[in-house]
Unconditional design. Structure first.
Length: 75
């Protein structure tokens, strides 16, 4: 039971991180002249989620946050 609670908390944290990272990625791409929102389809949106989940799995939140802060501070 306790394992399921922690898994739920991690999934919620992952989903929040994915949402924020995706928003930042889209914003930065659009600031560089490409209207990504216009190109998003459900399949592409799912792939973006999968990519960001993979980054979290491979590198962790710290790396994702570090990259996000660097990208955000350029704007």
């Amino acid at each position: 039971m306790q394992k399921n609670i922690f898994k739920g908390i991690k999934n919620t944290a992952d989903d929040f991180a994915v949402k924020k990272a995706k928003e930042l990625l889209i914003k930065n791409i659009e600031e560089n002249g490409m209207n990504l929102t216009e190109l998003l389809t459900p399949a592409i949106d799912t792939k973006l989620d999968e990519l960001i989940h993979t980054i979290i799995k491979e590198h962790g939140y710290a790396k994702l946050a570090s990259v996000g802060l660097k990208a955000h501070s350029r704007g």
